[in-house]
Ligand binder design. Structure first.
Ligand SMILES: NC(=O)CC[C@H](N)C(=O)O
Length: 357
């Protein structure tokens, strides 16, 4: 790898940032989004919700704790949020090729190179982030040589690329949860399995309604929620039943769409580990891990639903619940990974809904 090979980041608005190639030496394109987390790059890079996106780390030094070796246990990778990298490219200010951590076994650059993911360092990520905040998220390209076509993940059906191909069963607890896999993060599986349940992970468009189950969790996932027509239709039929339902991030948006509400694209989204939310109607606030570019339009919720959480930075909807039935969903990540674990108790609330049925 040549640390000094020049590269450029080109944005849809014509602006160009020059820097140096690291990771895989090649061109790439995707939607450019920024994340304000100070750490957690192995988790973010393997989070399927980042599929098709070029990730900008606002924290100025990235790579100094390396990358852990894969370590699957019971069919679930323990150190990553899925089995592969999903971002299309990475943008950092300073890349640290030197790393030190007890479970690191390679550098970030080596890992990116092995997975053919281009990255660029030496970028003024503060200036770039200000631009994305003012103009909104844009498509972008990392170019080392020549050119490449623009790629817009929101015009694609990215969930189909990251869901499982066929159902997989985990655990042997007494209650059975169907996990609708729209690109699920491994820590959602780990959080469920720690609570003595059996999990049947099904493809995003799988018709699970005729199956035996006690509750359904609709996972996070990439892209515009509205393109998931089949999943929304399955959820619409699911909520005619009374079985407990929990949604996370994309799952929150899909539940809202299935109930008849609308979603919209945020100008630059919420991505980071310190997004504050308030449990509506209380003074209880939580610091949450977030990664999304879309949100529910609360004014379109029907009478039967209410806002459960709101974002304290911009007032957007961060979760919904049904007023009478055991359904709730959150826009943030109670499974964290990376980020704070403060809202993991929501998995207990979901299991309580199942146990009290
Ligand atoms: N993490 C997620 O599930 C993201 C949901 C959706 N793709 C969004 O960007 O809003």
């Amino acid at each position: 790898m040549n640390q000094q090979q020049k590269a450029k980041l080109v944005l849809e608005d014509g602006s160009v940032f020059t820097g140096y190639s690291f990771g895989y030496t090649g061109n790439t394109s995707g939607e450019v989004v920024f994340n304000t987390a100070m750490n957690g790059y192995p988790e973010s890079l393997t989070d399927p919700s980042y599929f098709g996106q070029i990730l900008v780390a606002t924290f100025p030094l990235v790579g100094n704790y390396g990358v852990p070796e894969p370590n699957p246990l019971g069919g679930i990778e323990q150190n990553w949020e899925s089995s592969m990298i999903h971002i299309k490219g990475l943008v950092v200010c300073e890349y640290s090729q030197n790393y030190s951590h007890w479970n690191a076994n390679k550098s970030l650059g080596q890992w990116l190179n092995e997975n053919k993911i281009p990255a660029i360092s030496g970028i003024d990520t503060r200036k770039l982030t200000k631009q994305l905040r003012e103009k909104g998220c844009m498509l972008g390209k990392i170019i080392v040589d020549g050119d490449t076509d623009w790629y817009d993940p929101n015009a694609d059906n990215p969930v189909a690329h990251v869901s499982v191909a066929k159902p997989i069963t985990y655990g042997n607890g007494k209650k059975t949860i169907v996990l609708v896999d729209c690109g699920v993060k491994n820590n959602i599986l780990r959080c469920l399995l720690r609570r003595d349940v059996q999990v049947i992970r099904v493809p995003f468009n799988y018709n699970f309604l005729s199956q035996q189950f006690d509750g359904v969790l609709i996972s996070n996932g990439p892209g515009d929620p509205k393109v998931n027509i089949e999943t929304i239709e399955n959820i619409r039929r699911l909520i005619e039943m009374d079985k407990p339902v929990m949604g996370i991030c994309l799952g929150n948006q899909l539940l809202a769409l299935a109930s008849g509400a609308n979603t919209y694209k945020l100008p630059y989204g919420h991505r980071g580990h310190n997004q504050p939310v308030r449990l509506k109607g209380t003074d209880r606030c939580f610091v949450t891990s977030q990664n999304h570019g879309f949100a529910i339009e609360p004014s379109t919720l029907s009478e039967e639903w209410e806002v459960m959480f709101e974002n304290l930075n911009d007032g957007t909807c961060e979760g919904i619940r049904h007023k009478a039935k055991p359904f709730f969903a959150v826009q943030f990540h109670p499974e964290a990974s990376g980020g704070p674990n403060d809202t993991e108790f929501l998995f207990d609330e979901f299991i309580n809904l199942i146990d009290n049925k």
